[in-house]
Design a protein around this ligand. Structure first.
Ligand SMILES: NC(=O)CC[C@H](N)C(=O)O
Length: 368
């Protein structure tokens, strides 16, 4: 590929600067700089809509080595605002690869930078917290770059989910094989593999925009309600929380990640911004019912505050790194959710049972 490498400056909101070279794209990108510790799965990560508005740093030191594989994407485009790596390999080696990561980023106009001391950057974000940053191939002056960073909105308070759904009207995704039941999925920027997990269990999914009202949801007479993942601050989605409150207790409801946080808010819990969040594929979580430890895939910067759980809402899962809330349930309302990603894309498959449980509970309620 004809590509001219350019010098790229990365400046964080506290003035810290890193320098590297582009391996894709040019110009400027602004966003919240986060790091992920996943060793594989860069394609799934970068196409996960929950990464919208974020510049993703990979701690794994070599990225791009297996190219881009059709079908491994989590949405139809690259969602991350920018990509920072230690070393990019321009020679992917994999029979299934269709193109290089650089080409994918180029096609989508996303800047990829290599030569960044990602270990130093990660340690800095771990100590100081995730923060806003800029990548620039056009401006070199740190002060000028810093001013641009500081005028970019912070992640707290941002509704990024409303514009992230890939559907604009209700769309039926039929079960793979025999249909056992039909659920409504509120799409706040869903990862494609979540729908695949549901559909492969005989569930037809009526995907609807996350803003759909309670009345419209109930009018579909679904056997259950699914709440998807998505980007941004859950507390900024007041309308979505309101419509959830109108549905809770009427049909079984299961949420993942942003969907978990919204369920928490609808049940009266609080959410808050974590210092640097959880982004990776090996986070140990204890299932408090069984005592089993699950190794989980994670990607979130906000969390439900444990101290805010009201009566009737149980803590079902806990993160073993930092003790934070990883799952809640409101048994009387037949609603439950997890903060991590049981669809495991990319990641370990320990938590697939959560989809089995949802399939079982909605099948029982199926309208015949
Ligand atoms: N993966 C997600 O759904 C992320 C939820 C939310 N945007 C957060 O960062 O916490």
């Amino acid at each position: 590929m004809d590509f001219e490498r350019r010098r790229a400056a990365v400046v964080l909101e506290d003035g810290t600067r890193f320098d590297g070279w582009t391996f894709a794209g040019e110009g400027e990108a602004l966003g919240e700089v986060v790091f992920t510790t996943s060793m594989v799965g860069y394609q799934e990560t970068l196409t996960d809509p929950s990464y919208r508005g974020q510049i993703v740093t990979f701690t794994y030191p070599l990225i791009g080595n297996y190219g881009v594989i059709p079908g491994d994407e989590e949405s139809s485009r690259v969602q991350a605002a920018g990509v920072l790596v230690r070393e990019y390999t321009p020679y992917p080696s994999n029979w299934a690869s269709e193109k290089s990561l650089a080409r994918l980023l180029e096609e989508e106009g996303v800047i990829g930078v290599e030569g960044i001391d990602t270990r130093a950057l990660t340690r800095h974000l771990r100590d100081k917290g995730a923060m806003r940053g800029i990548i620039s191939t056009t401006e070199t002056d740190t002060g000028a770059l810093l001013r641009r960073v500081l005028s970019h909105p912070e992640m707290v308070g941002q509704d990024l989910a409303s514009g992230s759904s890939q559907i604009t009207e209700p769309t039926l995704l039929s079960a793979f094989g025999e249909e056992h039941c039909r659920v409504v999925a509120l799409d706040y920027g869903v990862k494609g593999s979540i729908y695949r997990e549901l559909r492969s269990r005989g569930i037809s999914v009526l995907a609807v925009p996350g803003s759909m009202s309670a009345e419209d949801i109930l009018e579909e007479r679904p056997a259950g309600l699914f709440l998807s993942n998505g980007p941004g601050d859950p507390a900024a989605l007041e309308r979505a929380v309101k419509s959830l409150q109108g549905v809770l207790g009427r049909i079984p409801t299961f949420g993942i990640c942003l969907g978990h946080q919204l369920l928490g808010l609808a049940l009266g819990c609080e959410t808050y911004k974590m210092p640097f969040g959880h982004h990776g594929a090996n986070h140990p979580v204890r299932n408090l019912k069984t005592g089993r430890i699950e190794i989980t895939s994670q990607n979130h910067g906000f969390a439900v505050r444990e101290a805010s759980l009201p009566e009737g809402v149980e803590l079902t899962h806990r993160n073993l790194y930092d003790g934070t809330v990883e799952g809640i349930a409101a048994p009387k309302l037949d609603a439950w959710s997890v903060q991590y990603h049981p669809e495991s894309s990319p990641g370990p498959r320990d938590s697939g049972y959560l989809f089995d449980e949802f399939a079982e509970r909605v099948s029982r309620k199926a309208v015949v």
